[in-house]
Ligand binder design. Structure first.
Ligand code: PHE
Length: 377
């Protein structure tokens, strides 16, 4: 009998030693000590033995069971420790890896888009709508309706990009200013009965055949138009001053009107804003120098008539400003051409985070990139 027990012991201990993981060890345990296990079966044979036989075999079989249990427990400790070590080795953090950046801090809003949003927020606060028109215009809207008839010298002054002539002989063009949106929006207002009165801005792309440090063939303007029965030049001056103070985030700005000429306004004025130089820095809104930032005037009655508005009843003001120039002045970008080069390094420096939407209540631009997690600044 003891030979059988010895053989069983050798086999089971070999199986325990060979078990590579917890599952294999458990299978060995069930096979030996489980209800139908080999050791359990051997122990059961004690019941059928004589008292004498039991006396010799009992302690032998029990010793076998204890030895097997002990070997299993020992092996289990080894397997568990190995599994833990493997997990620890696998889960170590590589502290030398760069931290993954949050995508919301990766992209940038172009300063021109940012400034357009700021302008829209300020004028929306004053009750202005935002109107749009096509970049490809007809000579009628870009010139004729604005009181610039054919052969008028102002047409040459605009350095217009013309498209190839259509079959009817008319050549479409890339709009040279946002003023055609004045006429289009007034006509639409007449058609759907939404005006007059009108109060809107029209920001967008404009094109002129011109390129140097302060001119690019494509640039951006914002048009403004107010037409009502008693609109006058005082309203225009107040509107521009309120806009500029809000835009440059200063308490107030006094502008200067300089007499000028535009066929679509009468009288016409250039808008000058005070500024001064402080070393290399240009400070706007104060000082003894002046800087031109746009054109303006009272809407010429001819323009109102082209839009089928009763010019004896209605009058208004219009202005046009360069958006890129405003962006350069506010955010200190020296070369206009860089605005359109799509250089990622430039965009990272001058761009804005997409989650910071400009608004008058939350601040137009005070949410700078500085200190934002993941921006590396
Ligand atoms: N359209 C003019 C320009 O581009 C600017 C302007 C707009 C002047 C509205 C007066 C009124 O030069």
């Amino acid at each position: 009998m003891s030979a059988e027990a010895d053989k069983l012991k050798t086999d089971i201990l070999a199986a325990i030693a060979a078990a590579e993981d917890a599952a294999a060890l458990e299978a060995v345990r069930v096979g030996a000590l489980g209800k139908k296990g080999t050791v359990s079966a051997l122990l059961k044979t004690l019941g059928g033995m004589s008292a004498e036989e039991r006396q010799t075999n009992g302690p032998l079989f029990n010793a076998l069971r204890d030895a097997v249990s002990e070997a299993i427990a020992e092996k289990k400790t080894t397997i568990d420790a190995a599994a833990l070590n493997a997990r620890l080795a696998e889960e170590t953090l590589d502290m030398t890896l760069p931290v993954a950046t949050d995508p919301q801090f990766e992209g940038r809003i172009h300063p021109v888009s940012q400034v357009m949003e700021e302008i829209a927020a300020i004028f929306a606060d004053m009750g202005f709508d935002v109107a749009e028109g096509p970049d490809i215009e007809s000579g009628f809207y870009n010139f004729t309706a604005l009181n610039i008839p054919e052969a008028h010298p102002a047409r040459q002054m605009h350095d217009t990009f013309y498209l190839n002539a259509e079959e009817d002989g008319e050549a479409l063009l890339l709009r040279t200013h946002t003023s055609p949106v004045q006429v289009r929006t007034m006509q639409n207002g007449q058609a759907d009965n939404s005006g007059p009165p009108f109060r809107f801005i029209a920001p967008g792309r404009t094109y002129r055949c011109d390129s140097d440090q302060t001119h690019t063939p494509m640039f951006h303007q914002v048009e403004g138009l107010v037409v009502d029965e008693t609109t006058h030049m005082g309203h225009l001056k107040y509107t521009l001053e309120a806009f500029l103070a809000a835009f440059f985030e200063v308490s107030d700005i006094s502008i200067r009107f300089r007499p000028s000429y535009f066929p679509f306004t009468e009288p016409s004025m250039e808008i000058d804003m005070p500024c001064r130089r402080d070393g290399d820095r240009l400070i706007v809104g104060e000082g003894d120098d002046w800087m031109e930032i746009g054109g303006s005037g009272m809407v010429n009655p001819h323009v109102l008539r082209h839009a089928c508005i009763d010019a004896d009843k209605y009058q208004g003001f219009a202005f046009g400003m360069g958006i890129d120039r405003l962006a350069m002045l506010k955010y200190g970008a020296p070369d206009l051409r860089a605005f359109f080069e799509a250089d990622l390094r430039w965009l990272k420096h001058y761009g804005f985070l997409p989650i910071d939407v400009p608004g008058l209540a939350g601040g137009l631009s005070n949410k700078s990139l500085a200190g934002k997690p993941g921006t590396g600044q």
